[in-house]
Design a protein around this ligand. Sequence first.
Ligand code: AMP
Length: 274
Amino acid sequence: MQTIAEKLRLNRQCIGVVMTMGALHEGHLSLVKLAQQTAGTVILTIFVNPSQFGLNEDLHQYPRPFEQDTALAKAAGVDFLFAPEAESIYPENYQTTVECSAVARGFEGERRPGHFKGVATIVTKLFNITKPHIAVFGEKDAQQLAVIRRLVEDLNMHINIIEAPIVREKNGLAVSSRNIYLSTQERDGAAILYKGIRHAEKRVAEQGHNLQEIAEEIEKMINATPGCRSDYVGFVDEATFEPVETAEAGIEYRLLLAMYSGTVRLIDNGKIRA
Ligand code: AMP
């Protein structure tokens, strides 16, 4: 892959990369489309990265429909599909990690210790392997995007990070590889996350400046939905991911939500302008 990428660069090709863990869906394909609008050559990576999963998480159950993914990638017009085995990415005696501090600390970082270290490390490695000029990441994983932006700036990586809007199902539920774990009924229930975002937009637009109070209202809405249990709901500063309790007019915040539908953990987020 590195040799191919180097040749593409020597031929003055603009390389775009989209990194995924596979089980491709509309969300991933929207990232590919965005990459194709900016870059002449698009590399799609599929790698279920063991180092970003916690001990009690779903690494071994994570869906891996590789043939279906290959067909979808081909149909989407992807130029190269890079899907390495874990052993070649983390060979025996592997020792180096990349870690981001403050922005990776709260929310997902707190609930999933080591997760963002795993993400920052694999993203760095895949950047070095695919040598992209641009990389597209989804707003769906907003904190991950903030971590990657820091990583690229702090380590002087010469890569343009493009963010793609969240693709949602008809009922508002963000499309996710993990949605296959949900029954039809659970999918309907899980749409409460999107209803929570809409509730926040409305409350903040009506001059609701007490963000803490609005977050608590949303937690109640989630917990009142059968089969759903809130994990966290909170507003943060868009760049630093520091919690914010009181809104200032004219500023855009990000509302972060995580909940369980049965045993399946789901995350979502939305930009909220005060
Ligand atoms: P994953 O395979 O879940 O690691 O996701 C790979 C990339 O696709 C990440 O940049 C995600 O943020 C992005 N992504 C996942 N779901 C969606 C979605 N519903 N809409 C937009 N982007 C998404």
